[in-house]
Design a protein around this ligand. Structure first.
Ligand SMILES: Nc1ncnc2c1ncn2[C@@H]1O[C@H](COP(=O)(O)OP(=O)(O)OP(=O)(O)O)[C@@H](O)[C@H]1O
Length: 350
């Protein structure tokens, strides 16, 4: 990353027909950064990418790339003059063209052969230049789509859930590979996805989208551990929310005092992610008795649910992730907590 702003989106509004989709969206992507827009299905991620690419118009606000206005509701640079690459969900390769011709499509003839060879090497598809798309696996097709998008050296690359159609193992492998490829190419890219694991693994920066806006932009670590509110906390993964009394940088909880990540607001609850609670055999003033109510084996770990003893100032259900062999459902255990605890404004009553 360079620290220079590449893409600047300011108070963007857009609609499909009469239905508003984007409602004042702000986003900055640094030059050379891999950014991810994360949000639930239907929240407007593709619409956002399509506006940046030039396939859909904004009704208000502006999109600027390296200081050049692409769309401000009045001026609108046509898609083909934006120098932006776009990789759709299904790759959308030209079926009648070979891999090499797909990658070289639109490149100046003089540089074509060399650039295609470079791109094939970059995405690890040397030797497949003469195949047609139907002779490739889904993962290979997506690599060709990536190579085709990168070949004209776009100033920005947009990836619209490009791994969604692949099976879980290939998805993980390809997103790691694509992130490495984009870093090698020094590309600035935006990936949109509803898959939290994908966002956490891929991006330097994640922008969380809700109700047509970006509600928090941060590093994956900060967004996961220091979400701005309960909705964001839950959008990134499971969270135990504990009532707390904050004083002097500590949260007083049923697990004893826990250091806080940041100053707490009045009436806050504190968040502990599931791996911050542990089972222990050593009772102490900071352990809590709880009964195992459910256990799920997930291959790499177990997800265990507990009902804490009645009378404790705790939610009715606590969740932990553990590598240790899980206790039987119904058994009693002791839980202890590991800080820091992150304060969140309590959710409004519904
Ligand atoms: N061409 C269209 N005409 C009318 N409504 C549309 C059109 N495209 C999208 N929408 C609506 O706009 C909203 C946002 O759609 P969009 O595809 O941008 O969401 P998304 O976050 O990318 O979803 P997904 O993750 O499922 O692809 C949805 O309610 C969708 O139904």
């Amino acid at each position: 990353m360079t620290g220079r702003p590449g893409l600047l989106i300011n108070r963007l509004e857009a609609a499909h027909g009469r239905s508003p989709v984007l409602t004042g969206l702000d986003l900055t992507v640094e030059d050379g950064a891999l950014a991810c827009v994360l949000g639930p299905s239907g929240c407007g991620k593709s619409t956002l990418l399509r506006i940046v690419a030039g396939f859909h118009s904004a009704t208000r606000g502006s999109v600027t790339l390296h200081g050049r206005i692409l769309d401000d509701g009045r001026t609108r640079i046509p898609a083909e003059r934006r120098h932006i690459g776009y990789v759709p969900q299904d790759g959308a390769l030209f079926p009648h063209l070979t891999v090499a011709a797909n990658i070289g499509f639109g490149l100046a003839r003089a540089a074509r052969r060399e650039r295609v060879a470079e791109m094939l090497d970059l995405v690890g598809l040397d030797g497949l230049a003469d195949r047609h798309p139907h002779q490739l696996s889904g993962g290979q097709q997506q690599r060709v789509a990536l190579a085709r998008a990168l070949a004209p050296r776009p100033q920005l690359l947009l990836l619209d859930e490009p791994f969604a159609a692949l099976d879980a193992a290939l998805r993980t492998e390809l997103r790691t590979e694509v992130a490495a490829t984009l870093r090698r190419a020094g590309a600035t890219a935006i990936l949109v996805t509803h898959d939290v694991d994908e966002a956490l693994a891929f991006a330097d920066t994640i922008a969380l989208m809700r109700d047509g806006r970006i509600v928090q932009t941060d590093t994956p670590h900060a967004l996961y551990h220091r979400p701005a509110d309960e909705g964001i906390a839950r959008a990134l993964g499971e969270a135990n929310l504990l009532p707390a009394k904050a004083a002097d940088g500590y949260a007083g909880t049923a697990f004893g005092p826990l250091p806080l990540t940041t100053e707490a607001v009045p009436d806050s609850v504190v968040m502990l992610r599931p791996h911050q609670l542990r089972m222990t055999s050593e009772p102490s003033p900071h352990t809590v008795r709880a009964r195992v109510t459910a256990c799920l084996f997930r291959g790499h770990d177990h997800r265990v649910e507990f009902a804490p003893d009645a009378g404790l100032d705790l939610p009715g259900r606590l969740v932990i992730y553990t590598d240790a062999p899980p206790p039987a459902v119904g058994s009693q255990v002791l839980l202890r907590a590991q800080g820091p605890a992150h304060p969140l404004a309590a959710a409004p009553e519904h």
